[in-house]
Write a protein that binds this ligand. Structure first.
Ligand code: SF4
Ligand code: SF4
Length: 428
């Protein structure tokens, strides 16, 4: 449990210079100080000192934060905004500031999202009801989660049939076995992006990696952690640490293809630092976590040989660019692919509005951000947008489709996998 003293200490670094304001998407949209990083830190500090009440306006300020951490990138003072946000949200949840009906609805929704069998079953049922719902979330669910029954909340769509995809326990490297890596199959990824998970394994195999998938523990706890549900998050982190334990000594890295999960797992060490049983295990796990693009560049990517002629632009997922400081590796991969013309988009590292469950609980601001992202995408003239996070993939795809644009939205491994497959076809 986070103490108000810990929160207060974290906020002390903020010197209120305001350099972060222009980087903050919600401040840019609203111009309100309380919806800026500086304003939110001020509120959190006031509350931690007992000077401000935990009330609905504080809840609104924190709820509207995307957790995108663009403010961390902009901050010259090294303020750890991401952990301030998680601590403050956790404190507000413990103080029961949120109406209990909404609080329970959020817990239920997160439980559903992070339990693959339940998510797959719900999406299958929703598919059967599609004629009634037109792919939208029913009004009562939208009302409970976002307060607005008429919001345009869409049900997420899966690659193919929504089902629980399971990766093989061991997948041998193709050719020389250069490395042995663990893989996170994720919770949402397993249901919505099973094809991308399978492509990740094939790409690793093609790059000389044997891939180990540690059983059914799949949720890293990031969604709960970002929502301030710290106890649920802890439980998931520990389950995942336990699942990787038997392999930890024998693997060179734990490869993650979801930016949000990777960012969270790289911080397990600091999350668990005071837990006698898990501190060391968490530190070791964090030290091995690599985003898939980071890992492929580190080991030397096998470049496909058959050209694929198209124009591609890259959207920086917040938890890669701001959370993990990974910007160059995905671009390096794209630029190395024969035939691919890479073009930059404006504000490529500004949040698209997906942000975990933000597009569900704050649909209005999320839609404004998506509209802006789609307009920048349109301006690139690209036929494919590449990004490394499931939330961004699904949300941007929805925005592009609604705008009537014929643009593919792919994970970097989807593109690589397709090009390796092209090579195989050429050589057979
Ligand atoms: S968070 Fe950083 S950039 Fe923003 S006001 Fe505080 S010190 Fe300045
Ligand atoms: S995390 Fe993003 S939305 Fe939240 S204060 Fe920082 S820049 Fe603004």
């Amino acid at each position: 449990m986070v103490t108000s003293q810990q929160l207060e200490e974290k906020t002390r670094r903020c010197i209120r210079c305001g350099f972060c304001l222009d980087a903050c998407p919600t401040f840019r949209l609203t111009g309100q100080e309380t919806l800026s990083p500086r304003g939110r830190i001020y509120l959190a500090r006031g509350w931690s000192r007992g000077e401000l009440p935990a009330d609905s306006s504080m809840l609104h300020a924190l709820d509207t934060c995307l957790g995108c951490r663009a403010c961390e990138t902009a901050c010259p003072s090294g303020v750890e905004y991401g952990s301030i946000l998680e601590m403050a949200r956790s404190g507000l949840e413990a103080a029961n500031v949120r109406p209990s009906l909404q609080s329970n609805a959020r817990k239920y929704f997160l439980q559903l999202l992070t339990t693959p069998s339940a998510l797959a079953a719900s999406l299958q049922a929703a598919g059967l009801l599609k004629g009634l719902t037109a792919g939208k979330m029913p009004g009562f669910a939208a009302k409970l989660l976002s307060g607005d029954p008429n919001s345009n909340l869409k049900l997420p769509t899966a690659q193919g049939k929504p089902t629980v995809h399971t990766l093989p326990t061991v997948s041998k490297a193709h050719g020389e076995n250069r490395y042995r890596v663990g893989i996170l199959q994720g919770c949402v990824m397993r249901v919505l992006f099973g094809e991308t998970n399978a492509a990740t394994v094939r790409v690793l195999q093609a790059n000389g990696c044997e891939v180990i998938c540690p059983g059914d523990a799949c949720c890293c706890g990031a969604l709960h952690s970002h929502a301030g549900m710290s106890e649920d998050a802890e439980l998931r982190m520990k389950n995942l640490i336990d699942a990787f334990q038997p392999f930890m000594k024998d693997i060179d890295a734990i490869v993650v293809n979801s930016a949000g999960c990777g960012s969270s797992m790289k911080e397990y060490g600091s999350h668990q630092s005071t837990d006698n049983e898990y501190a060391e295990k968490a530190r070791i796990l964090s030290s091995k976590v690599k985003d898939i693009t980071e890992w492929l560049i580190q080991i030397g990517l096998v470049i496909p040989s058959t050209p694929r002629y198209e124009t591609v632009s890259y959207h920086d997922a917040c938890h890669l660019a701001h959370g993990q400081k990974i910007r160059e590796q995905p671009r390096e991969i794209l630029k190395s692919l024969p035939g691919i013309n890479v073009v930059e988009m404006s504000e490529s590292d500004t949040c698209c509005g997906s942000a975990g469950i933000y597009n569900v609980v704050q649909p209005e601001l999320a839609s404004q951000l998506l509209e802006r992202k789609v307009s920048h995408i349109r301006d690139t003239g690209a036929t494919t947008i590449v990004t490394g996070n499931p939330g961004c993939l699904a949300w941007i795809k929805q925005g592009v489709e609604e705008a009537g644009l014929k643009i593919s939205i792919l994970h970097p491994v989807d593109l690589l996998d397709a090009m390796y497959a092209q090579d195989k076809t050429q050589s057979s």
